[in-house]
Design a protein around this ligand. Sequence first.
Ligand code: FES
Ligand code: FES
Length: 166
Amino acid sequence: MSKHHLQLRINGRDVEGLVEPRTLLVHFIRETLGLTGTHIGCDTSHCGACTVDLDGKSVKSCTIFAVQAEGAEVTTIEGIAAPDGTLHALQEGFRAMHGLQCGYCTPGMIVRAYRLLQENPNPTEAEIRYGIAGNLCRCTGYQNIVRSIQYAAAKLNGVPYVEAAE
Ligand code: FES
Ligand code: FES
């Protein structure tokens, strides 16, 4: 099968590679680029474990072909922390608020929440729950995932995180 020469920018780095037309973006990211923080949980567009940020939108990378990302700007979980390794507020939030159990959904959740907080820097709990509706946590730790995102929103807004009354 003929291969396509793909170029894109990922986590601030220009990358290129040869891909078959049928190669999914998630496979290019994981297997060609070796960025295995992006997980595959279903391969059928349901779970969101493969979520990446593509040109300012959350995208399930098992849902698009690598060639569709030609020239795009992509951010994966490996690109969320600062270049010096300082954790992003979301990463800090997931750690502080115990937002993960097995951690399988976590990269996709964080990358999705990263875009959510850019679109809506001060979301309500309902808006967070709606915003992550495309990301499934098989450990069902949604309560702490929501708290983690609230923690990050507070930090990014420069205000103290106040736990909502149950
Ligand atoms: Fe892409 Fe589940 S692996 S949505
Ligand atoms: Fe296990 Fe979400 S922490 S799937």
